[in-house]
Design a protein around this ligand. Structure first.
Ligand code: PDD
Length: 285
């Protein structure tokens, strides 16, 4: 089936879905994005993704390109035109097209909006979740505002590539104090020997994941105790369980950190239960 992308007001065939060479997203990574899960053809947690998009844009002093409701219409139409039942929708907003100059272009420059959608391999993801994945650790050398969902992802790209080259699926960033911040495209979690679920507080050092937010509700509903605090790589390796969360992977059990098995080296019951419970706590539009 031929793919369609929304580009600046038009639904274009894949081959013609292009942006201008002086798009500030292309030249400066001057933009933000969202990735939203599509389940049974519907957007998961659209409201929360829109709220985060508004926060990211505000942090970069960019206006919303259109209302959240209008953006929702474009996202759903892109999903529909690509016949995505289970997958993701990607939304990117850049500061628009202007002669290359680092400072902001003149006010009134239209932001550039791109929306794409694609199917994900659900069965493959379920297999991965049943087996668990490995992560490696890398120094967190990102800028000071990973809480903004900016398209400037070079450290994340290099981290993910380092993981792949070591036969792992994800890389965990580690800050100067030796604490795990988050994954290259996911939030990081452990379950301690005492059964406490631990994840870093959503300050400016990590992206406040929508999946993470929803999981906080699932954790409370399951009567689990939660600690929002930093944890070290050694603590994670000695934990009973570890897992990651993101809109595309939901909850993915981690069975190895830098080659060391976590717990008994198999996906743990807390990660499994949270993965199962997740969609009961998410908002499906
Ligand atoms: N990544 N941390 C980082 C650095 C991320 O890139 C992501 C999401 C998350 C989890 O956020 P959420 O639960 O809202 O998906 C945390 C998306 C999926 C991506 O870049 O593809």
């Amino acid at each position: 089936m031929s793919r369609i992308a929304y580009v600046n007001g038009r639904y274009r065939p894949w081959r013609e879905a292009t942006v201008h060479v002086e798009d500030r997203g292309y030249q400066f990574s001057d933009g933000v994005y969202e990735v939203c899960e599509v389940r049974d053809g519907r957007l998961v947690d659209e409201r929360r993704h829109m709220a985060r998009l508004e926060r990211s844009l505000a942090a970069l002093r960019m206006p919303m390109p259109m209302s959240p409701a209008a953006l929702g219409v474009v996202m759903r139409e892109t999903v529909r035109r690509n016949r995505v039942e289970n997958g993701l929708v990607y939304l990117q907003v850049s500061r628009g097209v202007a002669r290359r100059d680092h400072a902001f272009p003149r006010s009134g420059t239209a932001p550039a909006v791109v929306v794409t959608a694609r199917t994900l391999d659900n069965a493959g993801n379920e297999k991965l979740a049943a087996a668990g994945i490995g992560v490696v650790t890398v120094p967190d050398n990102r800028w000071g505002r990973p809480d903004i969902k900016s398209i400037s992802l070079l450290p994340n790209v290099l981290a993910k590539q380092a993981a792949r080259e070591q036969g792992a699926r994800e890389a965990w960033f580690v800050d100067r104090e030796g604490n795990v911040t988050e994954g290259s495209s996911s939030n990081a979690w452990i379950v301690t020997a005492g059964g406490k679920v631990v994840t870093r507080a959503a300050d400016t050092a990590i992206l406040r994941g929508i999946t993470r937010d929803v999981l906080l509700g699932a954790i409370a509903a399951q009567g689990l105790s939660l600690e929002e605090r930093p944890f070290t790589v050694a603590e994670a390796q000695a934990a009973r369980e570890a897992f990651l969360s993101s809109a595309t992977q939901i909850v993915m059990p981690i069975i190895k950190i830098d080659g060391k098995p976590v717990g008994d080296g198999k996906p743990g019951p807390v990660a499994r239960a949270l993965r199962q419970a997740f969609h009961g706590h998410a908002e499906v539009g």
